[in-house]
Design a protein around this ligand. Structure first.
Ligand SMILES: Cc1cc2nc3c(=O)[nH]c(=O)nc-3n(C[C@H](O)[C@H](O)[C@H](O)COP(=O)(O)OP(=O)(O)OC[C@H]3O[C@@H](n4cnc5c(N)ncnc54)[C@H](O)[C@@H]3O)c2cc1C
Length: 283
């Protein structure tokens, strides 16, 4: 005889109420597209959840001259729609509109994508890393603003009590691109992801997702590319340097083995550089 479980569902009317629900053990429920598969991963669904989408600003995208602020409950679809056509955001748009499939993108949120430490193939994580995004968290003690690398380092620990509220995207990125390799055309998690962003000063940031357990910047390649004259490098030269500076150790997973994830990276670098919108050549 199966036992029915009584689950608690709360809609927060303030961030303090949401933090208090977290302290009592409730998990944040956003789009539920990751959480719904917990039982398949051998985890129980949470006994209590708290929903944040009613909180002020959580579903807003504020586009100002200096920065874009994205609420954590914004969906992938809404993010892509809001930023499509804005210079510098090309990579973020491809990440948001290329992930999963249309039905998932309609409900899956930016916050859910960033707050899932066990999910190595999240598209927005490398896109925001390359972009230089800052994340804002509400914690029981204070508001925290962290860069993506710092957030990823502390993510598992922070998310025991904190709530991601906003993502801040500066507007000094001149061009960006996001190249992903799913094994089928849609619905698959990508086996490897390369995100590239170039700022107005010519600094290049490259982030790789899905290859290792956690996305990270490819700093050896960034440094090699920065030493080249002209900006950005040709796609072929960038791919060549990617092969020379391969310092990833791929994770084995159901979709692909680790060596394969590393092997495809130079081709994804080439593809990302080929997609970068043209910039003024640096003297
Ligand atoms: C068929 C399918 C294909 C997919 N393909 C892709 C893909 O190609 N690329 C990709 O990136 N993703 C993909 N996903 C994964 C998933 O959709 C995303 O990671 C999604 O962004 C999760 O968002 P959500 O709003 O549904 O999160 P939820 O499932 O609601 O939550 C996920 C986790 O984040 C926590 N959380 C959510 N919001 C917050 C917050 N504000 N503060 C603190 N914690 C929070 C939750 O408590 C939970 O632990 C796919 C999913 C499916 C089902």
């Amino acid at each position: 005889m199966s036992q029915s479980v009584e689950r608690q569902f709360a809609v927060a009317d303030s961030i303090d109420a949401a933090l208090s629900a977290r302290r009592s053990g409730a998990a944040v429920l956003a789009g539920g597209t990751w959480m719904m598969r917990d039982p398949r991963r051998g985890h129980d669904l949470p006994d209590a959840v708290v929903v944040l989408s009613g909180l002020s600003g959580m579903t807003d995208i504020a586009i100002d001259p200096d920065e874009v602020v994205v609420g954590a409950s914004v969906t992938h679809e809404a993010l892509a729609d809001a930023l499509r056509g804005s210079a510098g955001f090309e990579g973020v748009v491809v990440a948001a509109e290329g992930a999963a499939n249309p039905a998932i993108r309609r409900v899956a949120t930016v916050g859910g994508n960033l707050c899932t430490p066990d999910f190595s193939a999240a598209d927005l994580v490398p896109a925001f890393l390359a972009y230089g995004a800052m994340v804002e968290l509400a914690t029981p003690e204070r508001t925290l603003i962290l860069n993506m690398a710092e957030f990823l380092k502390q993510r598992r620990e922070l998310l025991r009590t904190a709530i991601l509220t906003r993502i801040h995207l500066r507007r000094d990125v001149a061009a960006s691109a996001h190249a992903r390799l799913p094994l089928r055309k849609a619905g698959d998690y990508p086996v490897a992801i390369v995100s590239v962003a170039v700022d107005g000063e010519g600094a290049i940031r490259i982030a790789v997702g899905s290859v290792e357990e956690q996305a990270r910047r490819w700093t050896s390649l960034e440094n090699a590319l920065t030493r080249l004259p002209g900006l950005p490098a040709s796609p072929e030269r960038a791919a060549e340097l990617a092969r020379e500076h391969m310092d990833f150790s791929g994770r084995d997973g159901v979709e692909a083995e680790g060596w394969y994830r590393c092997q495809v990276l130079p081709a994804l670098v080439r593809r990302a550089f080929a997609c970068l919108p043209k910039l003024e050549t640096r003297a």
